[in-house]
Design a protein around this ligand. Structure first.
Ligand code: PY5
Length: 305
């Protein structure tokens, strides 16, 4: 899907024209994956564009950067303000937001400290990552033959650019085979997550999701779903899952900023079924919250104006 271009990108403290947002070929991160990033969404609400859990996403960006000893030359508050500035500059009502901090030009050795840390925030309109049809009727998932990188190889606590090579291998494998999304197991055979989503299953009225120690990212949508489940009085547990737990699930779904809440209707050619009642109720609540229709969750919204 080609990127839908807008006017401006925020780069190192300034708004630059979309086409001028360039980096040097010898940027450290291009060669070694030494960058950290976020994926955030702003939704259209009655009061204009609202960024969903902006502070929590930016805090995760700073945690990711700390793992890689990257000093971000802006404060948390400055990064949040820059996000509002770039959305306003492009006049967007809703968008995907991609902040990135990366080791730039100046050092080609592996010890990266001499390379500057550059920071940018791009925004653009991005529809449902796994498709509108997927949100409505569910997607077909397949367990990839590639295993998830582990917490002590390339730390899954960080959202780093380089670690997505692992997701790309899995995603290519299953999409070329005709499926919509990949599920990755860790080295112990436990379910970690989707290529770019967390995963939940429902069994006998209980909601289960793999713990972060499985190699799952500490997803902000995952956390939102856990809080929604609490309100809906659906018990939710973090638990190690094996692939047959996916086959025998009553319901299953992916969560993520790009994907949002997406039912899984099939795993490895075994039907999980049509999106079930728990998936539906969580999905419905989630979309009401992000659109500013749930007063109790106002603290999750950061209004752009
Ligand atoms: N797991 C992985 C591997 C992810 O890449 C993502 C987010 C998630 C889980 C969900 O985390 P959150 O709910 O905090 O978004 N993936 C990015 C996103 O913006 C990139 C997807 C292409 O959704």
């Amino acid at each position: 899907m080609p990127i839908q271009e807008v006017e401006k990108i925020w780069m190192d403290g300034e708004l630059v024209d979309w086409a001028e947002a360039r980096v040097h070929l010898l940027s450290h991160s291009l060669h070694y994956g030494s960058g950290v990033f976020e994926g955030i969404r702003a939704y259209e609400t009655q009061r204009g564009a609202a960024v969903f859990r902006l502070g929590d996403h930016m805090k995760r960006l700073f945690r990711s950067a700390a793992i890689y000893r990257m000093p971000i030359p802006f404060s948390l508050e400055e990064m949040m303000e820059a996000t509002r500035v770039v959305i306003r500059a492009n006049g967007l009502k809703s968008c995907y937001i991609r902040p990135i901090a990366f080791r730039g030009y100046g050092e080609m050795g592996l010890h990266p400290m001499a390379a500057p840390v550059n920071v940018a925030i791009a925004v653009w309109p991005w529809g449902a990552y796994l498709g509108e049809e997927g949100i409505r009727n569910g997607v077909r998932a397949k367990v990839s033959s590639f295993r998830r990188n582990e917490a002590n190889t390339i730390p899954t606590a960080a959202k780093a650019t380089g670690q997505y090579l692992n997701s790309i291998l899995a995603k290519m494998e299953v999409t070329e085979a005709g499926y919509d999304e990949a599920i990755l197991l860790n080295m112990h055979g436990h379910v970690a997550d989707g290529a770019g989503e967390n995963i939940f299953v429902v069994r006998n009225g209980y909601l289960y999701t793999p713990p972060t120690s499985s190699g799952a990212l500490e997803g902000i949508t995952r956390d939102s779903v856990m809080r929604i489940a609490e309100e809906l009085e659906i018990p939710c547990r973090e638990k190690d899952l094996v692939r047959t737990d996916l086959y025998t699930a009553d319901e299953a779904f992916f969560t993520g900023t790009a994907a949002e809440v997406v039912p899984i209707r099939e795993v490895d050619d075994r039907p999980v079924g049509e999106p079930g009642p728990i998936t539906r109720s969580i999905q419905e609540k989630f979309f009401r919250i992000v659109r500013g229709e749930e007063k109790a969750y106002e603290q999750w919204l950061d209004y752009v104006d």
